[in-house]
Write a protein that binds this ligand. Structure first.
Ligand code: UDP
Length: 473
């Protein structure tokens, strides 16, 4: 009879419904499958087509199954079809989407009862998931999809409540019990942390913090050499195991193969001569801010690729901008092939909102950043990039604002763009980030730190199965 320890592991992944969460989860599921685990992703119909190309790759021995769930949007007054956070266009809609996701517990219960996997890897925005898993003796691992640095900062601030001792939102305070002396202001914390307001997000955030202590451990999309002090500090802070298995997108061989006209345009440019400007899949700037970016970019005199999610142009571009920028700049509307763009040798800098995926992609491509955080944990990532790693320059955003971001003036944009593209300081940052890029690539090779942690995780999961006596179908 096959022993429990040797039987194939079956792991369920339950990502949050957003591009920035889905992509690393797919890569994580593929990685588990490539190591011999059965991998199943629980998601909405919207992401099923996104996933299907990976499922077709059965002949390569990597198979991922999908189980569908439906976000009960009608229960919170959202229109049907809002099945990814990026479809929400206002802060109110976004909050309702999160509320609807909070009602997915009964569906998860049914799925786990039916399939009885060995482990559930759940997103942090489902803080009730560990309790559902526990009902069936299934250990839950949280997958945050952000840096160790941000996780430590968030936990330290929340546990010590230092932010409640300052007199104003703009008064700096040191992040308590932290490996480095890092100052931050309350303005850069999410509004519901700044002042607990009893809102849905305030409650969600509190239960997210509490659920970390109930999990079997935490998976982190990072690599040890990037933030060693924080990779060591986080498990102690939490009293839980943590495994770093990233950068996950580096496992995705397909990501270099996308053909796009902008890559041909980049082929005509000198090395490090173009700045890439993009703010991820969720942030959404108003026309006034877009006008300011256009003017700042033009004043910097740098060549650029700028990704804008809006379709219509007239209202937010300065008069004659496109004609004047014909050779110098490209505006891409909608979705851009970000990874191949960043990896192109012509790219010399990246103006980013510091979403963790974008930050990691920039690091792995050896591209220094202009940091322009908007919301989520992006202000912490900015600190990591500018103060710890010293591979970026702040544009000067001072306030956390859901979706729309703090207003940044054209002069600040021009200054930061020029600094990241030209001069000795830029060269030093470029050489530091290129060193990190090499370390990132080594971390996922045989014997590398992320591979060793992944092996340790598999050993831990097998032991947990024996302890729990769970049975996979
Ligand atoms: N992305 C992309 N093209 C775009 C915008 C975003 O490929 O036009 C990808 C980007 O490479 C990254 C992800 O979408 O992998 C965005 O995740 P991130 O954590 O940076 O930000 P979020 O969208 O979650 O705010």
């Amino acid at each position: 009879m096959e022993s429990k320890a040797n039987r194939q592991l079956h792991v369920f992944f339950f990502p949050f419904m957003a591009q920035g969460h889905m992509r690393p989860t797919i890569n994580l599921a593929k990685l588990f499958a490539s190591k011999g685990s059965k991998a199943t992703i629980i998601t909405t119909s919207y992401f099923t087509s996104f996933l299907s190309k990976y499922i077709e790759a059965k002949d390569s021995g990597v198979q991922i199954d999908i189980v569908n769930i439906r976000v009960p949007t009608e229960e919170v007054g959202l229109p049907e079809g809002v099945n990814s956070v990026h479809v929400t266009s206002t802060p109110d809609m976004q909050q309702k989407f999160f509320e609807a996701c909070g009602k997915l517990g009964p569906q998860l219960n049914q799925i786990l009862e039916q399939h009885r996997p060995d482990c559930l890897v759940a997103n942090m925005f489902f803080p009730w998931a560990p309790d559902v898993g526990a009902k069936f003796g299934i250990p839950t691992i949280l997958f945050h999809g952000t840096s160790y640095f941000a996780l430590c900062a968030q936990s330290s601030i929340f546990l010590h409540e230092t932010h409640t001792n300052v007199l104003s939102d703009s008064e700096p305070f040191f992040i308590p019990n932290f490996p480095d002396h890092i100052e931050i202001t309350r303005n850069k914390l999410p509004e519901f942390v700044r002042h607990e307001d009893g809102s849905h997000f305030s409650k969600l955030f509190k239960s997210m913090r509490e659920s970390e202590f109930k999990t079997y451990g935490v998976l982190v999309n990072s690599f040890y050499e990037l933030e060693p002090a924080y990779a060591d500090h986080y498990p102690k802070l939490l009293g839980r195991k943590a495994w770093q298995v990233g950068p996950l997108f580096l496992y995705d061989e397909d990501c270099n193969s996308e053909g796009h006209a902008c890559l041909k345009w980049l082929d005509t440019k000198r090395p490090n001569s173009v700045i890439y400007v993009s703010f991820g899949s969720i942030a959404s700037f108003n026309d006034e801010q877009l006008m300011e970016i256009a003017t700042g970019l033009e004043a910097s005199g740098q060549q650029f690729i700028w990704v804008v999610k809006k379709e219509k142009k007239e209202e937010w571009l300065p008069e004659g901008f496109e004609e004047r920028m014909e050779e110098k700049g490209l505006i891409l509307k909608g979705w851009a092939p970000q990874i191949p763009i960043l990896e192109h040798k012509a790219i010399g800098g990246f103006v980013t909102h510091c979403g963790w995926n974008s930050t990691l992609e920039s690091i792995c491509a050896g591209v220094p950043m202009v940091t322009w955080p908007v919301s989520a944990e992006q202000f912490y990532n900015e600190k990591l990039v500018t103060e710890i790693l010293r591979i970026g320059i702040e544009v000067g955003a001072k306030k956390w604002k859901r979706l729309v971001g703090d207003f940044v003036k054209r002069e600040a944009i021009e200054r930061a763009v020029t600094r990241i593209m030209e001069g000795e300081e830029a060269e030093e940052m470029r050489s530091r980030v290129k060193e990190l890029a090499d370390k990132a690539k080594s971390s996922i090779k045989e014997g590398g730190s992320s591979v060793l942690d992944l092996n340790a995780l598999f050993d831990d999961l097998r032991s947990a199965r024996i302890e729990n006596g769970s049975s996979s179908t």
